[in-house]
Design a protein around this ligand. Sequence first.
Ligand code: C2E
Ligand code: MG
Ligand code: MG
Length: 304
Amino acid sequence: MMPNTQACPNPAASDEDIAAMVMGKDGLRVLFQPQVDLLTGRIVSAEALARWQHPRLGLVMPAEFIPAVNRLGLDRAFFERVCVRVIDALLTLRRAGIAVPVAINAPATTLSDQRSVEFLLDRIYAAELPASLVRVELTEDQPIRELEVLRASLLRLEEAGCEVSLDDFGTGYASLKLLSAIPLSEVKIDQYFVTRMRRSAVAFEVLRTAAELATRLGWRVVAEGVENVADIPALRAAGCRYGQGFALGRPMPLDALMVRLRTQRDGGEPLAAPASYASSWLEAFGSGAKDAESAYPARHGAIL
Ligand code: C2E
Ligand code: MG
Ligand code: MG
């Protein structure tokens, strides 16, 4: 979660630097983090995550510059730049014979702007890509001021074939009203709960109940911030069919993602596990959900 009103906390990055980056002069990089089916271990999609390679400061993370991008009113221009990168990535994947949806993050203000939506759809049509390969993730770092406007934009995307995902569910501004008003295909349960479920019965129950609600509404459920493969059985038991996290794949350049996807396509291992996790990896995918139920959580008064 990122507040959108604060100044860029990196004092060395000026507003001019940020504007230059957004307007295309310098340093925007986009990495891709795989999303994995926790039943099969297969990569099912990827999320585009922005980085800023600053000429003096080195790599600047989005939490450090996205709030300033929003504050400067450059969010739509930034969104458009990321869209272009994602469409390019999808075209590269298509040339390799791979079709995997890629998600683009955007706050409500950006997605409420019809021009953002039309820009994205124009790019998709121009590239002759199926709209189903592009997802938008509504980041929850801003309160929703005009729900009807946001709803109309998201409906336009949905009608065109793009899926909408709700990011950081459980720690952001999403209300039950929002959930029932906007068209969604997916919710991503914030890593706050995933990280805490091992030691907190309350966190586990909140996660499970959120997953159940989403499943009842027909949405895919994704656990964010999966840092330990040993948690996978419990996540499955809690109703999270999909996961994203360092244990499943860090944000990586497109080339690296393609290596993983090619291996998968050619019938290799479902996923090349990071070496440190290799031994527990297959067990985590192989073990039954029942085991997980007994393993998690300690059912006594742990607090979040
Ligand atoms: P997000 O969309 O919730 O993305 C997930 C964040 O969690 C990413 O941080 C990712 O690197 C990190 N992450 C993934 N797995 C793990 C894990 O196992 N453990 C931990 N501790 N972290 C994990 P990142 O890339 O720094 O992005 C932070 C946030 O910045 C994103 O959160 C998203 O809200 C925003 N963001 C990133 N790229 C963009 C963009 O292109 N546009 C906009 N508007 N926001 C973006
Ligand atoms: Mg996201
Ligand atoms: Mg998130």
